[in-house]
Design a protein around this ligand. Structure first.
Ligand SMILES: O=C(O)CCC(=O)C(=O)O
Ligand SMILES: [Fe+2]
Length: 325
């Protein structure tokens, strides 16, 4: 992915509307043409990133039996551990060569209760014996939520909407965060096994931290895979299908995949920004025109994400349904 797709968020909350409009125009160009961009000056403190990435490694080094105690199939709302090959982002593949740990909204201090996030409502599950793990993961989650909250007004401006358009549609209860670990795999992957198969994301947008091991690839409009190499100090932002449906494909949700052929372990952290579960994804004003007629049926945001998650994990569900695992 070109370095010209690097957006500087320094002025994201500037009181100067001209600076915010310049940023919105740059972000619009990336969203309409590519659906992927890098961000620098994103505001997530280096110490918060360091803590969560340092906590992620010992988590994945836990014995498999410890990790599968919290297997995502034991949860009714997609929380916990996903084992190697248990997710399958591309249904034509055989399973993804990564393992993960998924959480949803939770207050750091237990003081506030999350409001209803619809079908995904439910407590997070936390492994025992890793002091500081929950705190480090939640600190990153909340810092990422703050960044996502600051991006929504810019996306709104990029769509020629009032900057507060998403304010009553995003309370952060639909935000899912994953710690991911990709073991190395051969440079020519076995047929049907990639780190994560070609897919589009399900929510409005994703903020991705990746370590310095390259693996992520994005498909361009000619159907060629382009490397989205890690850039120090930058995060990747990509749009997902909630935004594509809502904007009638004015904003692009682009196919991407990861293949870790580096010979080293790779770690990444995507945070997926879904809007509140009861938001109807009806075409945003201005996105349906004579030349761009409505393409999608109207769906509820939370039901939509739930159905996509169910499809992703369906192929590894059986042993849990029959109580074997
Ligand atoms: O790990 C990565 O670089 C990409 C992860 C991803 O695409 C996803 O989890 O949806
Ligand atoms: Fe993705």
């Amino acid at each position: 992915m070109q370095r010209s797709l690097n957006r500087d968020l320094e002025h994201i909350a500037s009181p100067d509307p001209v600076l915010r409009r310049v940023l919105a125009a740059e972000i619009r160009a990336a969203c309409v043409n590519v659906g992927f961009f890098y961000v620098k000056h994103h505001g997530i403190p280096e110490a918060v990133i360091h803590a969560v990435t340092t906590s992620s490694r010992p988590y994945f080094s836990l014995p498999i039996a410890t990790k599968t105690k919290l297997d995502i199939h034991r949860s009714s709302n997609f929380k916990g551990y996903t084992a190697l090959l248990s997710e399958n982002a591309n249904i034509n593949n055989k399973g993804d060569l990564h393992e993960g740990f998924d959480i949803g909204w939770e207050s750091i201090d237990h003081a506030t209760q999350p409001c209803n996030s619809g079908p995904m409502t439910g407590p997070n599950v936390w492994p025992e014996g890793l002091p500081g793990f929950r705190e480090d993961v939640l600190a990153y989650y909340h810092a990422a939520v703050k960044l996502g909250q600051s991006l929504f007004p810019i996306f709104a401006a990029a769509l020629d909407l009032p900057e507060n358009f998403f304010d009553d549609k995003f309370t952060a209860t639909g935000v899912i965060m994953r710690l991911l670990h990709y073991p190395p795999q051969p440079a020519t992957p076995l047929q049907g096994v990639e780190g994560i198969g070609a897919h589009t994301d399900y929510e409005c947008f994703t903020i991705l931290w990746q370590d310095d091991v390259p693996a992520l690839q994005v498909m361009n409009t000619s159907g060629t895979w382009i490397d989205a190499v890690p850039i120090p100090g930058c995060l990747v932002v990509n749009l997902g299908d909630q935004f594509a449906r809502w904007t009638n494909d004015v904003f692009k949700s682009t196919l991407h995949r990861a293949i870790n052929a580096s010979g080293q372990e790779r770690y990444s952290i995507p945070v997926f920004f879904g809007v509140d579960h009861d938001v109807k994804l009806e075409p945003i004003p201005g996105c349906v025109t004579k030349d761009n007629p409505a393409k999608y049926e109207v769906v509820l945001a939370g039901e939509y994400v739930k159905s996509r998650l169910e499809a992703t994990y369906a192929h590894s569900k059986q042993p849990f349904e029959h109580g074997v695992a």
